[in-house]
Design a protein. Structure first.
Length: 130
């Protein structure tokens, strides 16, 4: 994404998001999602930057952050850097497995096939709740 001619202060971005939300347009759901994601990410940042967090954990996060920051600016190939990050949340092609994003994250976290299967079964179970 290239910088625009408009200023993007936190207040201006907040006002733009509030306007979208207040209009009740289809994009309003994205504003709510973005708000939740920002809250979660900031909580993680705060926890990981705390002096109480073990240095090995902080170092691991710094290294991961550096890799992702570089990736976010990598426009090589058919897509931009931001799309490459979005792809980690939403697959770049349609999966027939509706649990693909959750299971992929569990795989990234080192979950065994048995743990992934247990998660699948639990998600299938709770989908039946009314």
């Amino acid at each position: 994404m290239s910088p625009s001619n408009t200023s993007n202060t936190s207040w201006e971005l907040y006002r733009h998001l509030a306007e979208i939300h207040e209009r009740g347009s289809p994009e309003a759901g994205l504003v709510v999602l973005l708000s939740h994601l920002l809250t979660e990410v900031e909580a993680l940042r705060e926890a990981l930057s705390s002096p109480e967090t073990p240095e090995a954990v902080r170092q691991s996060y710094r290294q991961a952050y550096e890799r992702i920051a570089v990736l976010s600016h990598n426009s090589a190939g058919p897509s931009g850097g931001v799309e490459k990050i979005i792809r980690r949340f939403v697959p770049d092609k349609t999966h027939t497995d509706r649990f693909a994003p959750e299971l992929k994250m569990m795989e990234r976290l080192g979950a065994t096939k048995q743990e992934q299967q247990a998660l699948r079964e639990e998600m299938e179970k709770v989908e039946m709740y009314t």
